[in-house]
Write a protein that binds this ligand. Structure first.
Ligand code: 13P
Length: 338
């Protein structure tokens, strides 16, 4: 493990108010998103959609890295350049999702465990060869009446730590993503309690498995009200509780935190990140690693028709720009209509 190299890559991923573009949707998730817009689901459409995104002009001014999927990292742009090669050329670090998805957790109804550790060390070397410098693994924690169980948090934390250790052995920076889902009618305090406990167990387990904190990026959920909660918390409450939770749990050595959007609207995801960055004196960089909140409007504009590429590219570039402003506390809602 080359700690210096890991730390340099991690710092590069969160530098200069840039964030990470998540375009690592599995075939299943991509199918769902395409079908909702009547876009034919096939390999060429998945390729040309991702091609449109990563070739958007000025994207690298706001985006430091992009997370690809197994199929995507092996695809090429219309100019016949491999995606990782193109990204490297324009200054976007290639990353790769390596988990095999969240599956039903044995003996624990309605809970999930993320799989994909078998053969991971070998796959990691293949991805490294293809150009990946960081990876992602997402654990899913669900809030409901009697869940999450401790067992679910512990099992997922252990898998995250095993994954992170395998990444670091290959000098690949692990994005550690313990996502507490927004689904449900719970209030923001419940989200705080569950996320606080989850992050605490995740960092304890990473430490026990000798993961080097200076060579990881944390990708957490923000602390928000459940999406069906009637009493939605303000952006100031979200920022205050999110920072409190991170301060409780995230070691100072961790170079950066890059939030997932988790189903928040584009505006909320930008505004909440901005509010979080208005709170000063954090030891880590705090930025975004959004999927839906960066892409969905661009996907709608593209709609499976490459004649719409330029307009769709303007949309993704604008969202990346606005989130980059939010990553340094310079965003305001008025900018949405400018
Ligand atoms: P969302 O921003 O859409 O939550 O996706 C981020 C991600 O990478 C989920 O694993």
């Amino acid at each position: 493990m080359n700690v210096k190299k890991l730390n340099e890559t991690a710092k590069e991923m969160v530098a200069n108010c840039k964030g990470i573009l998540a375009i690592d949707e599995s075939h299943g998730t991509c199918k769902k998103r395409f079908e909702s817009l009547n876009i034919p689901v096939n390999e060429e459409n998945r390729r040309s959609y991702r091609d449109m995104l990563i070739t958007a002009e000025s994207l690298s001014n706001f985006i430091s890295g992009a997370i690809l999927f197994d199929e995507t990292i092996q695809q090429k742009t219309s100019d016949n350049i491999s995606f990782p090669e193109h990204m490297k050329k324009i200054g976007i670090i290639p990353g790769i999702k390596v988990d095999a998805g969240a599956k039903n957790f044995s003996c624990h109804p309605n809970e999930k465990i993320t799989e994909g550790l078998d053969g991971l060390a070998e796959r990691m070397l293949k991805y490294k060869e293809l150009g990946a410098r960081f990876a992602k693994w997402r654990a899913v924690i669900t809030i409901d009446n009697s869940i999450p169980s401790d067992a679910c948090i512990i099992a997922n934390a252990h898998a995250l730590a095993r994954y992170a250790s395998i990444c670091q052995e290959a000098d690949i920076v692990p994005i550690v993503e313990p996502e507490v889902l927004m689904d449900g009618n719970h209030d923001i305090l419940k989200c705080f309690d569950v996320t606080n406990k989850t992050q605490s167990i995740v960092f304890e387990t990473l430490d026990k498995l000798d993961v080097n904190f200076s060579g990881i990026i944390l990708k957490p959920n923000m602390i928000t009200s459940g999406s069906n909660c009637e009493d939605q918390a303000s952006t100031e409450q979200i920022a205050e509780l999110t920072i409190k939770c991170l301060a409780n749990n995230v070691p100072k050595d961790v170079p950066g935190i890059a939030f997932l959007s988790g189903g928040q609207s584009d505006e909320n995801a930008s505004n909440n990140l901005n509010s979080i960055n208005m709170i000063n004196n954090n030891p880590w960089k705090v930025t975004f690693s959004y999927g839906r909140a960066l892409q969905l409007e661009a996907m709608k504009k593209w709609s499976g028709n490459n004649n719409n590429n330029l307009e769709a590219q303007k949309i993704i570039a604008k969202r990346a720009y606005l989130n980059s402003l939010a990553a340094c506390g310079k965003y305001s809602l008025e900018l949405e209509n400018s």
